[in-house]
Design a binder for this molecule. Structure first.
Ligand SMILES: *Cc1c(COP(=O)(O)O)cnc(C)c1O
Length: 559
């Protein structure tokens, strides 16, 4: 092949779209024709002037096809102009819109590079479009020669998934750009970067400037923990973006999705998500190393994503065994060249421990038998998510934004011996009170809910002296709330934790645990006294939540 001239690389790809799509006018709403945005009365779309329920906001009106505030945060994220961005219901919808905008059924064709993501083929079948295959080469690398050999005048789209699902490897950037150059003016090269955030490399989207036939797919589903939100993006030259907006539904993005995406993309949340991705990567590498040493695993393929592909001795048997323990894996053995391949997503620490136990042939306690509760609490002052597992000791991960309080909640989890993950985003710019109190409420609710019907629990806990401070804690998970707190702290703060909040914390815990709690603390050092209260409470709780048999520790028949 000869190298392409710059003019060909810049050739607009709209000319290759379906003629009827090029000829049609996209749907235009009446209000989008009014210049200046000065209109305040909208009698043009037969909407209701009322909101559908008390507290609803912006649900009565049709959203714009590309809501401007959503567009702004997505463009900031990708560092791209809105001309190059079309937001859709997931990358899946982007695949579908490309198919419908460009491929004339049944004469046109697309090329996929198996083993790869299933939706390219699904979409093509739905649109009545021929699918040609250019299988990946050695080590699942892009086989440019094979792609070009499959191409003819009716080839409209070539899908390159990078990192590829399910093989998990990143494709060579130069190979992709070379393919773009070879196919300039002829076919779009659609690079699916669903997992790019896990690969530690930049998006290829910057090459849009030099390659008019490049399209990049991004999504919040995997990297931003938001598969349920359904938000993905097609990145393309403006002429292609215009075609996509004609094919896309007039109001594809529901208003609640806009609100969710705004929360996801808030800068502070982006930092948290990046930490979570890093966590997943660390766990992935630990899991891969441990999995390699288990009997059923022949090979764990290198991965640039949040999943890995394992070649095992018997994929069907492994998936069946996992299924019995309540763990669902993706058997990829049906894909060409992937005999006995199983794809494993990287989950939580507990989940990966369970997966390893399955690989080692150890007994696994089904998650249904553990006392787990998740609780989300949201007010105008705080947003809290808490997860407890009373039958596991790890992980313990706490982030309230109040350092000393984190340390105290950590003491509760460690000394009571249960797994606690608590995150709070509170109005700390005002003061820590709401955060401290609301976290205690949420924790109380979560523990109580994890206790379930309380069969087999110790119910009571007692605790006595600690250090030079003396604390006495007595606890009864009676189902009735009562707090007796006796203690005077000789300082008004310990670190960033106000000591006048300590009684509040235990009150909120006792009330929401529906427990009877007596605490008496004496001492001279506020730090020691506060810490003694939390540790004492934790030790009492440890005895009370411990399960032994299934008997209800009450003569009344309920607790
Ligand atoms: C999961 C996945 C998608 C789907 O993304 P959505 O935005 O959820 O539609 C697209 N491409 C690949 C490679 C995927 O693995």
């Amino acid at each position: 092949m000869t190298s392409q001239t710059p003019s060909r690389a810049q050739a607009g790809m709209a000319a290759r779209a379906r003629p009827e799509i090029r000829a049609m006018k996209g749907y235009v709403s009446a209000r989008s024709l009014v210049a200046g945005g000065g209109a305040t009365v909208f009698l043009d779309a037969n909407e209701s002037p009322y909101e559908p329920y008390v507290g609803a906001s912006d649900l009565a009106r049709y959203p714009m096809q590309q809501p401007p505030e959503l567009m702004r945060v997505i463009c900031d994220w990708l560092d791209l102009s809105s001309r190059n961005v079309t937001v859709m219901r997931g990358a899946d919808e982007a695949i579908d819109c490309l198919m419908r905008a460009f491929c004339v059924p049944p004469v046109d064709n697309i090329i996929i590079c198996p083993p790869t993501f299933a939706m390219y083929r699904q979409s093509a079948i739905l649109q009545g479009v021929e699918v040609r295959e250019a299988p990946l080469a050695d080590r699942f690398a892009l086989d440019t020669a094979s792609v070009l050999a499959q191409c003819d005048d009716n080839t409209k789209l070539v899908f390159v998934c990078s990192p590829n699902n399910p093989t998990a490897n990143l494709m060579d950037r130069d190979a992709i750009l070379n393919l773009c150059a070879e196919l300039a003016g002829r076919a779009l090269v659609v690079v699916d970067e669903t997992y790019i955030e896990y690969a530690g490399v930049d998006s290829i989207a910057a090459a849009l400037e030099s390659h008019a036939n490049l399209v990049v797919l991004r999504t919040l589903s995997k990297s931003h923990a938001a598969a349920g939100v359904r938000c993905g993006v097609a990145v393309a030259r403006a002429d292609v973006s215009e075609l996509l907006s004609k094919v896309l539904a007039p109001y594809p993005i529901p208003q609640p999705v806009v609100q969710a995406v705004m929360a996801i993309m808030a800068p502070a949340n982006q930092v948290k998500l990046a930490e979570k991705r890093q966590d997943i990567i660390t766990r992935r590498d630990e899991f891969a190393a441990a999995a390699r040493d288990t009997a059923p695993v022949r090979e764990v393929l290198p991965t640039d994503a949040n999943y890995l592909l394992m070649i095992v001795d018997d994929a069907d048997a492994l998936c069946a065994r996992a299924g019995e323990a309540g763990v669902i894996l993706r058997n990829q053995s049906h894909q060409p060249g992937l005999a006995n391949a199983v794809r494993v997503s990287i989950g939580t620490e507990d989940e990966m421990d369970m997966m390893l136990a399955i690989l080692r042939g150890e007994a696994v306690s089904a998650p249904g038998e553990e006392r787990i509760a998740r609780h989300v609490r949201r007010t105008s002052e705080t947003a809290i998510s808490v997860e407890v597992n009373l039958d596991r000791k790890a992980p313990v991960r706490i982030s309230t934004g109040v350092g000393f309080y984190d340390h105290m909640l950590d003491q509760i989890a460690k000394h009571a011996g249960f797994s606690l993950q608590l995150e709070c985003d509170g109005d700390l710019h005002i003061d820590p009170h709401h955060t401290i109190e609301d976290c205690a409420i949420a924790l109380g609710v979560a523990i109580r809910s994890a206790l379930g019907d309380k069969r087999g629990v110790g119910r009571y806990g007692f605790c006595l002296p600690m250090d030079e401070s003396l604390v006495t804690v007595a606890l009864d998970l009676s189902g009735r709330y009562y707090l007796d707190f006796k203690g005077e702290f000789p300082a008004d703060h310990v670190g960033d934790l106000p000591t006048d909040m300590i009684e509040h914390v235990f009150r909120s815990l006792a009330e929401n645990l529906q427990a009877n709690l007596h605490i008496a603390v004496e001492g001279e050092n506020a730090h020691h006294m506060v810490e003694a209260c939390f540790k004492g409470f934790a030790r009492a709780l440890r005895q009370a939540i411990r399960q032994d048999g299934a008997e209800l520790p009450s003569t009344k028949g309920v607790l």
